[in-house]
Design a binder for this molecule. Sequence first.
Ligand SMILES: Nc1ncnc2c1ncn2[C@@H]1O[C@H](COP(=O)(O)OP(=O)(O)OP(=O)(O)O)[C@@H](O)[C@H]1O
Length: 318
Amino acid sequence: MADANTTRAKLQIGEPGPGVKKVDPILVAHGVRRSFGGVSAVDVEHVEIPRNAITALIGPNGAGKTTFFNLLTGFDKPDTGTWELNGKSLANVPAFKVARRGMVRTFQLTKALSLLSVMENMRLGAGDQSGERILTALFSGFWRKREKEITDQALDLLTRFKLDTKKDDYAASLSGGQRKLLEMARALMSKPELVMLDEPMAGVNPALTQSLLSHILDLKKEGMTVLFVEHDMHMVQTIADWVIVMAEGKIVAEGYPDVVMRDPAVIDAYLGAHHDTDLGSLTGQLEVAKELGDSFLVNEISEEISDEASSKETTDGQ
Ligand SMILES: Nc1ncnc2c1ncn2[C@@H]1O[C@H](COP(=O)(O)OP(=O)(O)OP(=O)(O)O)[C@@H](O)[C@H]1O
């Protein structure tokens, strides 16, 4: 069987592992640390995000994934650390300026502004509204042209995300999945190079799952880079080119999806997060297998559970 590593473009220089250098990194972070009281939430020694690839950031609950996203995008400040987008430092750059530099994010819980219409939400994503730049506002001719450009761009994106018929509806009236699509569409208004998605699949019903996945794949086709946090391992295996695993604030593994999910350090990280789970019990083992997205193991354990249940029924019935 051909080694999967040899049939795809190489993203890293050297053996995959925590902190490995990338052939063409778009984002490089070094020594980024953040603690809350005594808890070390993020302690990333070194990480590089490969350009024009889809990278998944995974790890058990409380691993520090969202905090790391918040730090990189200027929504929180680290205790120490440096990070650069396209070689330019982003440390101490506030969130709204980070977006202008080409890096945008979405949130685990969508931040679509409920009392604004879908179109108004999109216009906010453009980031350079008239009130923001007094000088340009003085040149009203220029501004009218820009307004039209923003509206046209928003309509294009809404059509692509199948939200154009809802453009005048309040964002509050959208379903959870449609709000996720709106958030992604809005993020694209600033024409980013790097799109960071925090749990894009959470709360999305199965009918919209496929369309969300293909929108993410389209971003890569258009030359963008995607970094996403996700618990849904099926999604990770389906669309990620590269996987970074965090546990207890640190990066514990990095590599190609099919390889990294079998890395003992990854299995340990997930098992370690289950110290309260009875791993001697089948239900405890099932929980961990599901979290690791190991469908073979999930099937095996589920079969064992149902075998046990039916043999118990037979015994009870005697
Ligand atoms: N504002 C805060 N104040 C105190 N502790 C915090 C704060 N934000 C995060 N933490 C702690 O930092 C650690 C990392 O949390 P974080 O939410 O980043 O993890 P996560 O990997 O995103 O988890 P999940 O997958 O459950 O979303 C946790 O121990 C969490 O309790």
